[in-house]
Ligand binder design. Structure first.
Ligand code: SF4
Ligand code: F3S
Ligand code: ZN
Length: 103
């Protein structure tokens, strides 16, 4: 499962689509965590898609990640600021790749 303490245990190494990326990153095999309020561990995501289907405010968008061992696309929290903290995505992800900091 995604480490809920990732902001303490990882370093902010990059920015992508307006959100932060938390390392380590070593493309294409290691992609880190995308987002902060809505965080997706790209190294755990298997492209199940339930988060994209269920999010009521369309926070997630697919991004292609060719060469990653778990899946060739990931759910990117592209619209993280729209999140209403419903926690549906956290509940439906089969590999617990998502953390939402509802404060
Ligand atoms: Fe979307 Fe709810 Fe997840 Fe926020 S907590 S990203 S609103 S499904
Ligand atoms: Fe990935 Fe979990 Fe969504 S596997 S596509 S983050 S439901
Ligand atoms: Zn991203």
């Amino acid at each position: 499962a995604i480490d809920p303490q990732f902001t303490e245990n990882r370093e902010n190494v990059d920015e992508h689509n307006g959100h932060e990326v938390w390392g380590p990153v070593d493309e294409p095999e290691e992609l880190g965590i995308h987002g902060t309020h809505v965080a997706v561990d790209f190294d755990l995501c298997i492209a199940d898609g339930a988060c994209l289907e269920d999010c009521p405010v369309d926070v997630f968008e697919w991004v292609d990640t060719p060469g990653h061992p778990e899946s060739e696309r990931k759910a990117d929290p592209a619209n993280e600021a729209q999140c209403i903290d419903c926690m549906l995505c956290v509940d439906v992800c089969p590999v617990d790749a998502i953390d939402v900091d509802a404060g």
